[in-house]
Write a protein that binds this ligand. Sequence first.
Ligand code: FAD
Length: 343
Amino acid sequence: MHVHTVIVGAGPGGLACAGTLAKAGIQPLVLERKETVGPKVCAGGITWGGLISRVPKELAEKSFPEQYIRTPLQKICIKEPTPIIATVNRERLGQHMASTAVDAGAELRCGVMVRKIENGSLLLRNRADGKEEVLHFDYLVGADGSSSLVRRHLGLAAERLGIGINYQIPGDTGRMEWHLNTRQFGNGYAWIFPHATSISIGAYAAKETMDAGRLKKNLIDWAAGQGFDLRRHKARAEYINYDFRGWNFGRSFLVGDAAGLASGLTGEGIYPAILSGEEVARTIADASHSPAVMNSLIRNHARHSRMVKLSGKSRFLNAILAELVTLGLRSGMIRFNKLEMAV
Ligand SMILES: Cc1cc2nc3c(=O)[nH]c(=O)nc-3n(C[C@H](O)[C@H](O)[C@H](O)COP(=O)(O)OP(=O)(O)OC[C@H]3O[C@@H](n4cnc5c(N)ncnc54)[C@H](O)[C@@H]3O)c2cc1C
């Protein structure tokens, strides 16, 4: 079998790429190893300014004009006239993006694992019956997340990684909270993100400042102090790749986490995945396309990475930076959207 463009991975990056290509008249094939599109370890926070224009408002489970931020020295609440962040259910977001792409003309095959990549061809395995198949392509898009096979095929290492741990627990709470504490969460933070009928409680830190075991233990201890007994629930953890080393490799492209475009500072990756997926599609459809949006995204990403590097130098420096940023937010000198990946 031969296709014009094959996209490996049906996360937000792969599906945004597929939908944009299909709308441009190219019918891509999307391959997804999971049986269902959407489910993913994630807190489901989307930035209102950056993302809500790309997904229907009704997908937002809850939206928050107020953000509560806590550091060892400060406890602040910032307010905006419009919501700053909303929460979405990743399965519903994935299903919505998949039907948009398929309605536009993309083909989606789930339960298909890409096992091997050679020049111009992929070896696929159908997970239901174990049958293998060779697929030939003109263009290859790696949208296969933080442990991307396409990225490895291109010979790119992924050394700068963040660790995200999430507990999705039943319940309801009204406040979206961020807790910064160097001792507990390295240069990351813990969060409380309310969803429709559940709460995402988790922590993120750059791997270089905190190992996964310690982050999980600190998260459980901290959550107990907030009134949540996480030991009764199942933790789910994944790496978030922020080691960006390029996206356009001739006839092969990387998007989202596969490209290392998630923010190393906050772990925000849905928006960069969608934006980069769209930009890759426009580049495949029109070789003369000027990737101005991608360039802005890369600039934002570099700004976040510089802050991660600086805050990773020492605990003391990180603690000072966290207090200064919180002070800046409290005084209005720093707008919350400066911490987002939105371009
Ligand atoms: C705990 C945690 C909390 C997070 N919270 C947030 C948040 O609140 N907001 C936010 O914006 N971001 C968050 N993120 C990051 C966000 O989830 C990712 O950045 C985003 O999903 C990246 O999208 P993607 O399309 O690049 O990759 P993914 O969503 O990872 O999709 C990749 C897809 O490729 C498939 N795949 C992989 N290998 C193969 C293969 N060989 N063959 C076929 N298919 C394959 C996978 O099954 C997967 O479906 C969080 C991450 C974690 C770990």
